[in-house]
Design a protein around this ligand. Structure first.
Ligand code: ATP
Ligand code: MG
Length: 407
């Protein structure tokens, strides 16, 4: 049997990027031989094994044939006579379809190295169209390598466009889509992921609520960039620049969905967009079965981001309601993420990226003030149950009044 490094490890070495995980392909072996060498089988669908020591993934070389919709509709054929070239041709991009032996001899039948130099994301063969997930993967690689100047080859973009129009994207499972979305949002330029999806017509299939923001104007005085879609991309860009976690990035992407529902007569104002957007945020959350923390933060940021911006003007009672809504006493981290999302929203405006955001510290201070009231004296006075709750609330309100007065 011959063993080769494939995929990301080869690509990233040639790009001079750190290689984190290594994928291997094994040519000329059977499942039985792998098991005899101590490899542990994983994956129900096709023969992939974990190395007994390193734990890295070793896949038997295989070919694929499509029969039916979605990812389930594939027939795999793995046998010792499948060649390296046959295995590489089923891969998505030419830069991902190179292999390397232990002497670093490159096998590159589809000119991945040439495309690396040309900074092009190009599909290997027309079979690209057999798995719609590749549309998301290409957009994700575009986001990752944008800083190196990579773009999607025009003929690949055209194929992605046809795939988006064919209805195949709807056959993707939420789990597969979310995995790509989550990884793409964590790249350095997640806005490029959304841009590429939009360019190929996939955004209006996957997230029509986000697509709908393009072409919707906002008041120029607050939003010099005017367009709500452009603003959303800038907010995402800021979130990445400020190394925000996935929860915040997801909330940034969805925070203004309500603006897509404003009747044109009301443009450029967006009255109650925070509230109107909630059902859209919920729909997108559920479509991709986003993790609970992402879902929750997106809804809270959607509902309250304007409160965040107006923090310094809020009445103490409104400030208290805000803190209660976040359950900031038990969930301080989630409130921090809310503040971060608000700040990214404010920075995601053309020309205002560097402007300070005093609301952030003000909100942090308010949370501290509300949290630091003394409960013991209330217990000593005999408060219990709902009455104790009310007494605590009224102490917090006093604390917030004092906080606002001295701020
Ligand atoms: P990363 O750095 O994100 O891990 P990678 O290229 O290694 O990038 P993996 O998802 O680990 O990506 O997949 C390993 C290789 O398997 C890819 O380089 C590609 O050749 C192939 N591959 C993975 N998923 C697909 C797919 N859906 N369609 C075609 N080829 C795929
Ligand atoms: Mg990999």
């Amino acid at each position: 049997m011959q063993i080769y490094k494939v995929g990301g490890a080869v690509r990233d070495r040639l790009l001079g990027k750190p290689v984190t995980d290594i994928d291997w392909v094994v040519v000329g072996a059977t499942t039985e031989e792998m098991l005899a060498k101590g490899f542990r089988p994983v994956g129900a669908d096709f023969p992939v094994f974990l190395h007994p020591k390193s734990g890295e993934e070793y896949a038997l070389a295989r070919t694929e044939r499509k029969n039916g919709r979605g990812y389930g509709g594939f027939i795999f054929h793995a046998s010792p006579d499948v060649t390296l070239e046959e295995d590489l041709i089923r891969r998505d991009l030419t830069i991902n379809a190179m292999a390397e032996d232990d002497q670093q001899n490159l096998t590159d039948p589809y000119h991945g190295q040439r495309d690396l130099e040309a900074r092009l994301l190009r599909h290997v063969s027309p079979a690209f169209a057999e798995d719609p997930l590749r549309v998301l993967r290409v957009a994700r690689f575009a986001a990752r390598y944008a800083e190196l100047g990579f773009t999607v080859a025009p003929e690949t973009l055209e194929l992605m466009r046809q795939l988006s129009e064919s209805g195949e994207l709807e056959a993707l499972t939420p789990e597969r889509s979310w995995k790509e979305i989550a990884r793409a949002l964590m790249e350095d330029q997640p806005q490029v992921f959304i841009e590429v999806l939009r360019d190929c017509g996939a955004l209006k299939v996957l997230m029509p609520e986000v697509e709908a923001l393009f072409g919707v104007p906002q008041p120029e005085a607050h939003h010099p960039e005017i367009d709500t879609g452009v603003h959303t991309l800038s907010v995402l860009e800021q979130a990445a620049l400020h190394k925000q976690p996935l929860t915040v990035r997801w909330a940034c992407l969805l925070h203004d969905l309500g603006k897509g529902l404003t009747p044109e007569e009301e443009w450029p104002r967006h009255i109650a967009h925070e509230h109107k957007g909630l059902k859209l945020i919920k729909a997108v959350n559920e479509r991709f079965k986003a993790p609970k923390d992402c879902q929750e933060l997106a809804l809270l940021v959607g509902k309250y981001h304007t409160h965040g911006h107006r923090a310094l003007e809020l009445k103490p009672s409104t400030l208290l309601e805000l803190l209660q809504s976040f359950d900031v006493y038990r969930r301080p981290q989630r409130f921090e993420e809310f503040i971060a999302a608000c700040e990214m929203d404010a920075r995601g405006r053309k020309g205002l990226e560097q402007r300070s955001y005093p609301q952030a510290d003000y909100l942090r201070g308010a949370a501290i003030a509300a949290r630091s009231i003394a409960v013991q004296p209330l217990l000593e006075k005999g408060f219990k149950g709902p009455e104790l709750g009310e007494a605590i609330k009224s102490e917090r309100l006093k604390a917030l009044k004092a906080y606002k007065d001295q701020a």
